[in-house]
Design a protein. Structure first.
Lengths: 414, 143
């Protein structure tokens, strides 16, 4: 067999044990590429892991695979036209993104939606918080090895998506909020569907608890893993369950109440150890509190009254009078063709999203399109803690660490 | 030990219940009244005439500019709709076109099975949109 023979096996030479001593400490590390199409990265994220044996010495998240320039798109669309794009940032919690954007625009315009519409916004946002946590719980448990959890969680999430579909016509990309309130009424059997969900869900959540909370395998995989000390959590600017899991009490709904949250009673669950297990407990409790909020909203809410601001230049005129009164028709045409122009100025509005603080910073120059739109997505900031948590962790825990941050790459990359 | 069995109890309970899923495509689920499928064009149920008055609001509000409409002079010297094209590959299914249409001529149908073999299949013409529009007696803005 000659050296030019293409079928010849490549020779690697012989390996001498004494060579090993010459290999430097540095090159004993192995670089492992995780993702971007890895099932447990929850989308398209790549993590470059440097390993020393089983131990992670460094983890580098590489993001941007799902970047679509949503902020830039916002600067080229009129204010009302941008709402459907916010669905597509964090696509598992679209109603909450809608709320964040709409509140920013309303603050810019100096208007406020009628009380009843505000209650409905809270109900939809809280249901979406539960739906988002269910996706998190299902996928997080799936990553760690509890397959059936993901099926159970998605089953209950269906109930919420059905409510969204009834309310606005879409399950995922809802585009359900409008500047000024809601232009369409509440479907008659919607309240029944929500009541039904409130009735069913607590026992289902108990099932999840039974499966996981005291499960020795679950505890072994999560307790003491990915510990974030309170000071570190603050330094990294974490929000949401990642911050509260470390015991710091910060919830935008309490700190700067928006909508009608100041009239509602709910607790902010806190963790003590700041590990994966505590963040699991915090999110589980948040779902229970969300149920409480929805219950109170249904009880307190005015049963009738306007859902939409009337006689405002910023809100869409009522649909049924468009073809009947000349004035409404004119307003409607101007609203659609030209759009509305908020006064020049800038606002930053933060809401408590299921993943943390979601902020919209909008600058208006007095034209119908925003001058600048900036979206502070919670999971983009929270993800930056990954290298810290992964340092010294075992490779097998990498998926648990990614899962516990609760990222959605559409929201991280925007 | 007991905790392991707690988990099994949940799993065993499941064994005896009826399935939560349906056998798509043999069985199809009922869509909610406000379901936002492919935008379609409605006609007057009595005369069969297209309702669109060619005002152009839908094309103007569409966030992705996926509606293309051509206005032609009508026989009465007025204006009427020529061709109407929906590039559904860009459509967000946001429902804004149906929301702003003053005469409810464009409406969100229940059509959701939209996959095709080639890109051209995603472009719908006026006739095709009108065919989808006929199928649904309760139009979107009404429910
Ligand atoms: S549903 Fe939205 S994106 Fe699609 S055609 Fe209508 S306005 Fe345009
Ligand atoms: S479909 Fe409606 S909004 Fe669009 S051009 Fe026709 S009448 Fe105007």
């Amino acid at each position: 067999m000659t050296a030019t023979d293409p079928g010849a096996p490549t020779s690697f030479g012989t390996f001498d044990v004494s060579d090993e001593r010459q290999i430097s400490e540095r090159s004993r590390e192995m670089v492992l590429n995780m993702g971007p199409q890895h099932p447990s990265t929850h989308g398209v994220m790549r993590v470059v892991l440097r390993l020393d044996g089983e131990q992670i010495t460094h983890a580098d998240p590489v993001i941007g695979y799902l970047h679509r320039g949503v902020e830039k798109i916002g600067e080229t669309r009129r204010y009302s036209q941008f709402t459907p794009w916010t669905d597509r940032t964090d696509y598992v919690a679209a109603p909450q993104n809608n709320v964040g954007w709409i509140l920013a625009v309303e603050k810019l315009c100096g208007i406020e939606a009628p009380e009843r519409a505000q209650y409905w916004r809270v109900i939809m946002a809280e249901l979406s918080r539960i739906a988002s946590h269910l996706v998190w719980l299902g996928t997080h448990a799936l990553d760690i090895g509890a397959l059936s959890m993901s099926l159970y969680c998605f089953r209950e999430r269906e109930l919420i998506l059905d409510i969204f579909e009834k309310f606005c016509g879409a399950r995922l990309t809802t585009n359900m909020m409008e500047v000024g309130g809601f232009s369409r009424g509440i479907p008659p059997d919607l309240v029944g569907m929500i009541e039904n969900f409130l009735h069913i869900f607590p026992s289902k959540q108990q099932e999840y608890s039974d499966l996981l909370t005291e499960n020795p395998i679950w505890i072994a995989r999560t307790r003491g893993i990915g510990v974030i000390e309170p000071e570190v959590a603050l330094d990294y600017g974490l929000t949401g369950a990642c911050l509260r899991g470390s015991g710091i009490n910060y919830d935008v709904r309490k700190a700067q109440p928006y909508l009608v949250y100041d009239r509602l009673e709910f607790d902010v669950p806190l963790g003590t150890n700041g590990d994966v297990y505590d963040r699991y407990l915090v999110r589980m409790e948040e779902m229970r509190q969300a149920l409480r909020i929805v219950r109170q909203c249904l009880d307190q809410m005015p049963t009738d009254g306007p859902l939409m601001l009337n006689d405002s230049n910023y809100a869409i005129p009522p649909h049924d009078t468009v073809m009947r009164t000349a004035e409404d028709m004119q307003r409607h045409f101007v609203w659609v063709i030209k759009g509305f122009s908020p006064p020049p100025g800038e606002v930053y509005v933060a809401i408590e999203h299921s993943k943390g603080e979601l902020g919209h910073y909008v600058v208006s120059d007095g034209t119908p399109t925003p001058y600048r739109v900036r979206i502070r997505t919670p999971d983009f900031v929270n993800l930056q803690i990954l290298p810290y948590m992964a340092q010294g962790a075992l490779l097998a825990d990498a998926v648990a660490l990614i899962g516990t941050i609760d990222i959605v790459l559409g929201s991280v990359d925007r | 030990m007991l905790n392991e069995f707690k988990g099994f109890a949940v799993t065993l309970k499941r064994l005896l219940r009826k399935p939560e899923t349906i056998e798509y495509p043999d069985v199809k689920r009922d869509m909610a009244g406000r379901f936002r499928g492919l935008p379609s064009l409605r006609a007057d149920p009595e005369t069969g005439e297209a309702l669109c008055v060619a005002c152009g609001l839908c094309a103007r509000i569409c966030p992705t500019s996926c509606l293309e409409m051509h206005v032609v002079p009508s026989e009465e010297g007025d204006r009427e709709l020529g061709e109407f094209i929906l590039r559904s590959g860009r459509c967000l299914f946001c429902g804004m076109c149906a929301q702003v249409c003053p005469v409810d001529a464009i409406t969100m149908s229940k059509q959701y099975e939209l996959s095709t073999q080639e890109r051209d299949g995603l472009i719908y013409t006026k006739t095709e949109l009108a065919r989808f529009g006929e199928q649904d007696p309760d139009w979107w803005a009404q429910v």
